[in-house]
Design a protein. Sequence first.
Length: 434
Amino acid sequence: MDHKEEIRRRIDVADLIGDSLELKPAGGGSMKAICPFHTEKTPSFYVSKEKQIWHCFGCGKGGDIFAFVMEMEGADFSEALRVLGKRAGVEIPRFSSTASNEKTRLLESNKQAESVFKHVLRSSDHGQHARSYVASRGYTDEIVDAFGIGFAPNEWSLLCDTLKKKGWKDHELVAAGLALNKKKGGGVVDRFRGRLMIPLRDHHGNTVGFTGRVLPGSDDSGPKYMNSPETLVYKKGELLFGLDRAKVAIKKEKQVVIVEGNLDVLASHMVGVEHVVASSGTALTQAQLHLLKRFTDTVVFCFDQDTAGFRAARKGIHLATELGFRVRVIQIPPGKGKDPDELIKQDAEAWKRLARHPIDIMEYYFQVAEAKNDLTDVQRKKRVGAFLLEEIARLPDVIEQEHWLRKLSPLVQVDVERLRGSLSKHNDGETPTA
């Protein structure tokens, strides 16, 4: 029996799909659900336990367990084979190159490190302060388990010593970003010490690195957050924190909310808003957006309410627009905190409402322009006009451009035809004169 057939034998199609969709009996041994691949109110997505297949009579998509994973995760067949092989406990041989073998070792070392950190948080005397901090944040056991949160004690080599007893070599721990070479005398020490450890996982759920957060009251003089260095398996510009946990909800909601911090994601999941991922404080990249394109064509930006946060988000907004995404924005009200984590502490229901009803990016730009500028001042009016014209020019659809030009005209008191001429100069790369 080949790997594909063995996986099919071990995984029931209804069990697999039931982890992502709410299946209800449909009679005759079948089950039904709202299709995650198109918008509908009446279930047209059916699962046959007898035939071990699924089919949607609304959009026409269907197939076996492999087809479902490929559709849900935007994966090719080889990726689906490995995802399902992992679930079924069927080992899929990898191409036996040196790089492939090294990647496998790195993933396994990170997995074992995660287990050590989790044990310290839950059961060790070293983790008492961290347990108090986790409790103060209101994190439930379910959230801690789901995201694999642990603790790296303030010891020089607890992790290294533990993993070396399991057969890991010093150079492997350094390559995985878990250890640092000693400056004198040889050997290695733990990279992360005295930090709450949050695994960084790829969209398949493999732990590829970690974020370590200093606990309040710590005498650590280092940065508040420390990430693993880039390795063969961790490229910060290609990973979105929480995507492995959010992808089903993203499909369901047909949009993804992008926040800045990992703790924003944890807080959001705590209150049931799960279609949220984090850029982990870095500028959004083309690779990250291409990954999101597998799951949705609508991105919702929620950035820190300061000038730097807006500027950083604006670059990502432009990139998303260029790649054909529909772009929307969540604006946290003044006085409600600077980020989702702070807002949720104050008013979780407000965050739920904002996540359900983001506004169009151009509507946001107009609101900000009007609220923060005295348009009776001609110089401010010129700057607002130039800014909004630049953003309108970036829109890929001429009907959208025309809509916003007509809204801009009374705001700056310039005829639509003249604005349209200035828009053409924007598109030609010239400086507008309007």
